[in-house]
Each structure stands twice: as structure tokens, then as C-alpha cells.
Design a protein around this ligand. Structure first.
Ligand code: PLP
Length: 394
């Protein structure tokens, strides 16, 4: 038996392993030192009370014959699908319940969704990229083509002919760069996808962090997107669900390729490959979309926004170029004095005990950049910013 030989094509991902090794070595050599961890993409604040109450109530429901739930509908409980559709409606986007699917989080969906396209397809991935896009495509036997980005285009590549792709990944607000597409730029991608029979996978995991008016939170704010785009979203960063796991995926009824409805295909996929997401988690997830839930999650997001501001002010003070921050929980800074990503990572660790994520780990064009996450504690972020200013003003 020959296993999936595509796995042999995966590049080893040394990024987080190397970071862990280097920080471990530093702590061992300097016992008792506190590190300012600005590298992590995990949240630091707990679930909000509205979600906790809903989770507790759902656990109690499972204890009583009259309110007990067994298997849930594979594509999502009606109350969850209605809650998602209601959330989009507030932004003027009309979705039917049947277009909203529950998920166990965006990572699962980003891999599983490739089932819709079969094998040997070409996927266009903007670089620097969230590593899961690349690896999921390689595992599936797809060819990955990169749309390179850099400071010259604000890390927002635009479609160009010839760009041949069946699937196009767009992540806005972006991880790792924090860059955001405006409506005109997204419209260009939507027009391109429709003209070339491609499907856009729009990753909206960070939409709740957008604070500027006019920046699209959803691809469905763009005319023409219902015939070319799938949107994948997550409650992980929006509402602190990284360890709780719940998200949602939107597939419009009009999205067809080769005469097949991708929505119908996804229903078939989910009903074959999943038995739904637990009742308890869907209840917790639905609570995010209530008025109280929205108020509370935005209170938490404000904490991360304060971190963003603090780091941006530090970089402004020392005149370092960066993107992101304003509408995203990531800041993507140019390493000073032409330093490479790992060189600057080492300098920060050794001289001011701050840990970032080297941009090179997100693809070749990330070299020379470093990503800061704003999900850390406010105290650590303030001190890291202070140390950064002191170091870079020398
Ligand atoms: N998409 C992007 C761009 C992310 O950065 C992440 C997590 O960091 C995910 C998806 C995965 O989210 P989830 O926790 O829902 O799997």
C-alpha cells in the first residue's frame, strides 16, 4: 500500500518549533527571566459571560429528558444558522439559513473544503500566507501558485493576467500582515474569479477587528461575489473560542461550477463526513451573536485594540514602517537596518526579551519582516512597546 505521497512534498514547518527552541534556550540560560511573548496567535482573554451562561444552560439541557439533544443536524442547528444569517443581515447582507453552515473552526474547514474541488487543481495563495492554506493544498495534491506581495503593494496583491487558478485564497484582515482589502480591490478579485471560473475562499477570521468604516467585513459586501465566493469564519479570535471550537462557513446558492451547486455538494459532504457540532458548543456560539454577546465580545476586542495602539505608537515613535494593526490583531513591521527576520528575532529576544514571529516563516517574501500579535496581556504589551522604543532609538 502506498500512502498519500503528497505528504513528502510538505516543507517541514520549523517556525514555531524554532521559536520554542530559541526561547527555551534563552530561559534556561537566564533563569527567572520574564519573556514578553508578542508572537502568539492565541487569545489571552476568557470567554464572555453571555457565552459561558449559554454553555452552562446547554449542559443542563443535556441532563433532562425533555431538553436532551442527541445527534445535531450535520450542517448546523437551525438556531445557530439563523443567528449567523441574522449577524450578516445587520450588515445588509441577505443570506438564507441554508447558506450558513456550522463548523468546528476555520482550520478544519480550510482543509475540508478542498473536497469540493477534487484533486490536481491549482490554488493561488497570496504570500506571505497563513501556513495552513499551503499545506492543505499540498496534502490534497493541488499545485500551489503564489501571488507575491511586499511593501510596494501594501502586502495586497492584485489579480494579473495570466494568473491561472481554480481556487483563490483571500484573507482580509490578513494573518500575518494585518493588511486589509478595500471594496475596490476585492471587487477586482471577484471580477477576476467570475471571469476565470475560479472560486474564492475568503477567510474572514479577523473581520471583527476592523474598525475603519468602508472596509469590507465580508466578501458578500461585493457585487458579484455570490457566484464565486465561499466565506470561512471562526469564533476563535472574535470571541475567544480557540480552545472551545466553533465557526461557520457560507456557501451561496448561486455558487455553481460545471453545473453543480457547491452548496448542495457541501451538504452532501457534511452529512457524510461529520455528525455535526455539539449542541452545547452551538448554543455557546449562537450566544456570540446576541446583543449582549456582541457588546461583551467587543469589550474584549477593545483590550486587544489597546495593545494594537500601544505597539503602533511605539513603531511610529521610532519611525519604523509597518502595516496592519488598525483593523487587525497583527502588526507586520519592517526589520530595522536591513536585518533578516531571524536576525531581528534574536536581537529582540537577547536584548529586550521580546518574542515576535519572524516573517520568513510565512513565506519567502516575509523575510525582513516580523509579526507582532496583539493578543497578549496589556501589561506585557506595554512593557514590550517601551523596550522596543528604547532599543530602536539607540
Ligand atoms: N484563518 C486564519 C487566517 C487564522 O489566523 C486562523 C488561526 O490563527 C485560522 C483561520 C484558524 O482558526 P480556528 O481557530 O477557527 O481554526
Amino acid at each position: 500500500m502506498i500512502p498519500n505521497t503528497n505528504y513528502a512534498k510538505l516543507k517541514s514547518s520549523y517556525l514555531f518549533f524554532n521559536i520554542a527552541q530559541k526561547t527555551k534556550a534563552y530561559v534556561e540560560a537566564h533563569p527567572g527571566t520574564h519573556l514578553y511573548r508578542m508572537g502568539i496567535g492565541d487569545v489571552s482573554q476568557p470567554l464572555c459571560p453571555a457565552v459561558i451562561e449559554a454553555l452552562h444552560a446547554a449542559v443542563d439541557d443535556q441532563a433532562n429528558q425533555s431538553s436532551f439533544h442527541g445527534y445535531m443536524p450535520e450542517c448546523g442547528a437551525p438556531f445557530f444558522r439563523q443567528a449567523v444569517a441574522g449577524y450578516y443581515a445587520k450588515r445588509g447582507i441577505t443570506l438564507s439559513e441554508d447558506e450558513c453552515f456550522v463548523s468546528s473552526g476555520a482550520s478544519d474547514e480550510l482543509g475540508d473544503i478542498l473536497d469540493l474541488f477534487g484533486r490536481d487543481k491549482t490554488s493561488l495563495i497570496m504570500e506571505p500566507a497563513y501556513p495552513a492554506y499551503v499545506d492543505a493544498n499540498i496534502m490534497s495534491g493541488n499545485t500551489v501558485v503564489h501571488a507575491a506581495s511586499g511593501r510596494e503593494n501594501g502586502f495586497l496583491p492584485m489579480p494579473e493576467d495570466p494568473m491561472n487558478a481554480d481556487v483563490i485564497y483571500i484573507c482580509s484582515p490578513n494573518n500575518p500582515t494585518g493588511a486589509v482589502f478595500d471594496k475596490a480591490k476585492l471587487k477586482a478579485w471577484v471580477d477576476f474569479a467570475n471571469a476565470h471560473d475560479a472560486v474564492i475562499i475568503f477567510d474572514a477570521a479577523y473581520e471583527a477587528f476592523i474598525e475603519e468604516d468602508g472596509i469590507p467585513h465580508s466578501i458578500y459586501e461585493i457585487e458579484g461575489s455570490r457566484t464565486c465566493a465561499i466565506e470561512i469564519c471562526s469564533l476563535s479570535k472574535t470571541a475567544g473560542f480557540t480552545g472551545t471550537r466553533c465557526g461557520y462557513t457560507i456557501i451561496p446558492m448561486e455558487l455553481e461550477r460545471g453545473g453543480c451547486s457547491l452548496n448542495a455538494m457541501w451538504v452532501r459532504n457534511r452529512t457524510t463526513k461529520t455528525n455535526g457540532v455539539s449542541y452545547i458548543l452551538q448554543k455557546g456560539g449562537a450566544a456570540v451573536f446576541t446583543e449582549e454577546g456582541q457588546r461583551k465580545i467587543h469589550d474584549t476586542i477593545k483590550i486587544y485594540k489597546k495593545n494594537e495602539k500601544c505597539l503602533m505608537e511605539a513603531l511610529d515613535k521610532v519611525g519604523i514602517w509597518y502595516t496592519g494593526g488598525k483593523n487587525a490583531p497583527y502588526i507586520w513591521m519592517k526589520c530595522p537596518d536591513g536585518m533578516g527576520s531571524w536576525e531581528f528575532f534574536d536581537k529582540l529576544l537577547n536584548e529586550i526579551q521580546v518574542v515576535g514571529t519572524p516573517g520568513e516563516g510565512f513565506g519567502k517574501c516575509g523575510d525582513g519582516y516580523l509579526r507582532f500579535s496583539t493578543f497578549g496581556s496589556p501589561e506585557d504589551t506595554e512593557e514590550a512597546a517601551r523596550r522596543l522604543v528604547a532599543l530602536l532609538s539607540k
